[in-house]
Structure formats: C-alpha cells, structure tokens
Write a protein that binds this ligand. Structure first.
Ligand code: PBG
Length: 327
C-alpha cells in the first residue's frame, strides 16, 4: 500500500467538521454543583485549599443557587457545616439543622427550577468525624448507622430535597433510606447512591471545607473501597440498584474512569461521577503557577469523564464551565 487506506485526519480538518463528528459532548445540562453552607455565619468564608469555593451563609447560598439557575446548571448538592458536633451527628437530622434550613430557603428561592440534592451522611456532624455511629470499640456500627440515615433522609425530604445522596458507604444504606422515605410518603424523592466510593487521598480539600478531622488520625478504609478494586465496585453498584437507587455514583472520577465505564455497561440507571475536591484543587494549583491552562484542563477532564460513560458530573467547576460553554 503506497499510502494509508484510511485518512482519519480528513474529519479533523476544520472546527465545523470536528464539531460534527464529536462523539462526546459536555453540556451545562450534565452538571451538578456541590455547595457548602455553614451555620451561624453572615458572610461567606473562603476555603484555602479550594480556591474559588466558599462556605456559604444562608443568604449567599440563596444568591449562588439563583446564579446557577440563571447559568442553566440543573442541579446542586448541599453539604452542611454545623456549629456544634456530637457523637450521633444530631444536626444531620434536626429539622432546624443547617441543611434542612437551607433546603427550605432554596425551595423558596428556586422551587423546582434547580434539582435540590442533599448529601446524606453523618461525618460533617459527628465530633469523631466518622460517617456513622461508633461502637464502644471505636469501629463504625453499620446497622445502628442505618437507623440514623433513615432519620436524616426523612428530615431532608421534609425540608424539600428532591434527591438524597447517601455517601457513607454503609451496607444496606439505600434500602434503609428508600423504605424510610416511602414509609413517610416521600415516594417521589429520589436516591442518588454514592455506590463505588473509594478511600481516596483526593478528599483532602473537602475535609477543610466541612471542618472534618477524623479522630485519632483515623481513616475510612473500613467502609470506603480500596482503590485497587474494580470487581468490588460493580458489586456495590449492583447492590445499590437492587436496593432501589435511582442514580449511582462513582467517586472520585479521573482515576476511576474504568469503573465508570464498567458501571455504565452493567446497569441502566443514570451514572453520576464526582470530580472531587482534590481533582479540582490540583487543576487550580497548577494553573495558578502557569504550569497548565486551567480552563483547557478542566474541559478535557470533564469531557473524559463523560466519554467514560458518566451521564452527570458533580463538580466544583460547574459555574465556571457553564460560563465557558455559554450557559
Ligand atoms: C462524606 C463525603 C466526602 C466527600 C463527599 N461526601 C468525604 C469523605 O468521604 O471523606 C468528598 C467530596 C470531595 O472531596 O469533593 N460525607
């Protein structure tokens, strides 16, 4: 053969051609913005390791969600930073807890124009920083924790969450939450399960954002997944779908694109991927030094996550990308 039979460059020649044959599109419609709301503050507080992201006051949260709506971002997921923490994480299920108060504010502000999601976990609210209740020996008690998650789910649904998102990696959490919601008449509230959630070093900046320190320098390896395991992720995804999850999530995203692709192929519910705090901060830090083009890297990363099979992406880049894409 004197020259290649197929000249793949033909379809790469002009921007219009490239646009026409693009296999993957990143759109504002695919994005969910994670937001932090802190109890008892009047002004937003910056988060050092998450440049551009803040702990919101109630008022600044309302304004931010209205802005996201105007940018066309269809969903937000809320994390609370309570004033007081205790062993049972009481603030998570208190009707006057910060997330519940914020959800009522947001229903009032944007109604159903933005999908209001609530992260459902105890770690922001417990004084020991774990995602569940502790046994006297200091390990996380799976089944006792499920009862707390059921209470949190009910409180979040009462306050107006359209979607609750359990992130604690307890066995049976989706089933416990689904039945608690149904028993309370919240059949329409959906569950987005953090299904394959890894014990990742990329959550560091998030812990600063929610003021969480795990007691005694502990970690979450006894409930979150080992980064080397992929078959186990599929088992988690299958369990969560069987228990009634409406969407399933893989987290973090970039180091787990194989898991996203496997999950996409294995189940028919929408797949969410969480581009986590460390993934965001690494882009920002390198861009700040002029080492990479931050905007270009952001778009490349999010496009790759979509290409791997994620239908929706939770990302701190949501507003920025919505602006870039012309919202
Ligand atoms: C747990 C939770 C965490 C994140 C989301 N939900 C932290 C953890 O598991 O330690 C991390 C998100 C991020 O890093 O952006 N409630």
């Amino acid at each position: 053969m004197p020259f290649p039979q197929r000249r793949l460059r033909r379809l790469r020649r002009t921007p219009a051609l490239r646009r026409l044959v693009a296999e993957t599109r990143l759109g504002v419609d695919d994005l969910i913005a994670p937001l932090f709301v802190r109890e008892g503050i009047d002004e937003p507080h910056p988060i050092g390791s998450l440049p551009g992201v803040v702990q919101h006051s109630r008022a600044s949260l309302r304004a931010e969600v209205a802005r996201l709506r105007d940018l066309g971002v269809p969903g937000i997921v809320l994390f609370g930073v309570p004033e007081a923490k205790d062993p049972a994480g009481t603030g998570a299920s208190d009707p006057d807890g910060i997330v519940q108060v914020a959800l009522r504010d947001l229903r009032d502000e944007v109604g159903d124009d933005v999908v209001l999601m609530a992260d459902l976990c105890l770690d922001e609210y417990t004084d020991h920083g774990h995602c569940g209740l502790l046994t006297p020996q200091g390990t996380v008690d799976n089944d006792a924790t499920l009862e707390r998650y059921a209470e949190v789910a009910r409180a979040q649904a009462e306050a107006g969450a359209a979607v609750v998102a359990p992130s604690g990696m307890m066995d049976g959490q989706v089933a416990a939450i689904r039945s608690a919601l149904d028993d309370a008449g919240h059949h329409e509230v959906a569950v987005m399960a953090y299904a394959a959630k890894y014990a990742s070093a990329l959550y560091g900046p998030f812990r600063e954002a929610v003021d969480v320190e795990i007691a005694g320098g502990g970690d979450r390896r006894a409930y979150q997944q080992d980064p080397g395991n992929a078959r186990e992720a599929l088992a988690e995804v299958a369990e969560d779908v069987a228990e009634g999850a409406d969407l399933v999530m893989v987290k973090p995203a970039l180091a787990y694109l194989d898991v996203i692709a496997d999950a996409r192929a294995a189940v028919d519910v929408p797949i969410a991927a969480y581009h986590v705090s460390g993934e965001y901060s690494m882009i920002k830090a390198a861009a700040e030094r002029g080492w990479v083009d931050g905007e270009a890297v952001a778009l490349e990363h999010l496009t790759a996550i979509r290409r791997a099979g994620a239908d929706v992406i939770l990302t701190y880049l949501a507003a920025e990308v919505a602006e870039l894409l012309g919202g």
